[in-house]
Design a binder for this molecule. Structure first.
Ligand SMILES: *[C@@H]1O[C@H](CO)[C@@H](O)[C@H](O)[C@H]1NC(C)=O
Ligand SMILES: *[C@@H]1O[C@H](CO)[C@@H](O)[C@H](O)[C@H]1NC(C)=O
Length: 384
């Protein structure tokens, strides 16, 4: 039993690293595809591609990209079009040239984002005369040229296949105008979706502009539920004006993250309150299916998604996040500290205590890793 408990996390770690791919890195070897690569990064599709397994990316060269860029579409439309180029299935050159019925239909990320209606977001792959392989979105218009397979750019067995195709894949649906996520009034959206109290605080503290202006570059907001905020208000009132502002800005990180991205990229992140000597960072942790946010004082869990529309996502959390610059950890009960914390009067003492706590945890982490590797070596020694 104990054996299984130790082996399972190790196997997960090994399989996660064994399949890691980096689309930006794969395409970096092809300067004639640099525009496509650039737009994968700025639309955040690269992060989505790196997170997924068993996928195919159809890249186009800079000339083909300029066709679509000349239409002056906003970034989110370009993102919709480019998401048609990422298939949720693995097709390497061999599989493309040996399709059982000479054709296949595959779903793309455009389909997976929920932006696409009906059959749009699906792409037909056909084996054509002369051995060419053609790609055409199911709902593309008739005058659209069929894109054909050019060459293999990268291939990691059953993980990711990166190929070049001759033309952009597009459809009226992908190019359709939709409301820009950056037009969203983030505070009124939060108010409507059950985070009224926190959105009121954002306005009251004069931090609305900071929130709104951050959306363009990507913003992830962690909004405490009205209930959590209510029990926090007595300690909030005891904070200095600067402290109040910092707590409000502490609840957002200046990059876009979907829930899946948060799950797969655990670690320390900066917040809108981070600046100069003020770290105001927090740690994203995955605990089973849950995503947790850990400050050095308390831990909150994500309980729901209010909006997830790149570049903005807003998640509801069950506790107010308490930065250690302003609050002391309760040494007796970590969970209780979320309920009735007092503003810290002695930052240095709190910081000292916290960093020793950190070192202890890091040591603990190494202990677990090295004991599992000993176990594996032990098992290997038994086998051989
Ligand atoms: C992916 O590769 C690019 C280019 O080589 C690099 O700048 C970037 O840091 C890499 N990303 C990750 C997550 O390793
Ligand atoms: C957002 O909406 C609220 C009311 O719904 C309004 O008071 C506020 O000024 C709006 N903010 C911006 C920047 O439009």
């Amino acid at each position: 039993m104990q054996l299984r408990i130790l082996i399972l996390p190790l196997v997960l770690v090994l399989s996660a690293t064994a399949h890691a791919h980096n689309i930006t890195h794969i395409l970096a070897g092809y300067p004639d595809l640099s525009t496509f690569n650039h737009y994968l990064t700025v639309t955040h599709l690269a992060a989505e591609i790196n997170r997924r397994r068993t996928i195919t990316v159809c890249a186009v060269d800079n000339a083909a990209m300029s066709d679509i860029l000349s239409k002056n579409y906003p970034l989110y439309t370009i993102k919709n079009i480019l998401s048609l180029h990422v298939f949720a299935d693995y097709f390497n050159s061999k599989k493309l040239h040996q399709m059982p019925k000479g054709s296949a239909t595959t779903s793309s990320l455009f389909q997976a984002t929920g932006e696409a209606a009906g059959t749009s977001g699906y792409v037909d792959i056909t084996s054509m005369k002369g051995g060419k392989i053609g790609f055409l979105p199911v709902d593309s218009t008739e005058d659209e040229p069929v894109a054909t397979f050019v060459k293999t750019l990268g291939d990691i067995d059953y993980d990711i296949s990166v190929i070049q195709i001759s033309h952009i894949l597009t459809s009226p649906e992908a190019e359709a105008p939709s409301s820009a996520p950056t037009d969203v009034n983030v505070t009124s959206l939060m108010a409507k979706q059950g985070c009224k109290a926190f959105s009121d605080l954002i306005r009251a503290e004069g931090t609305e502009d900071t929130y709104l202006q951050s959306v363009v570059g990507g913003l992830t907001v962690f909004c405490p539920s009205d209930e959590a905020l209510k029990s926090f208000m007595p300690s909030y009132r005891n904070l200095t004006p600067e402290g109040k502002t910092s707590v409000v800005l502490y609840h957002a990180i200046p990059t876009y993250n979907s829930l899946g991205m948060l799950r797969s990229s655990n670690g320390l992140v900066n917040t809108l309150a981070t600046g100069g000597p003020n770290k105001y960072d927090l740690t994203v942790l995955t605990d089973g299916d849950n995503v947790k946010l850990e400050t050095k004082v308390n831990t909150a869990t994500i309980k729901g998604t209010l909006i997830d529309a790149d570049p903005l996502s807003v998640f509801k959390i069950d506790r107010v996040l308490l930065p250690r610059q302003l609050f002391k950890a309760d040494p007796l009960s970590k969970s209780k500290s979320a309920e009735a914390p007092g503003p810290s009067t002695d930052d240095d003492a709190a910081a000292d205590k916290d960093s020793s706590h950190d070192r202890g945890r890091i040591r603990g982490g190494w202990f677990v890793i090295s004991s599992s590797s000993c176990l594996v070596m032990g098992i290997l020694a038994t086998i051989f």
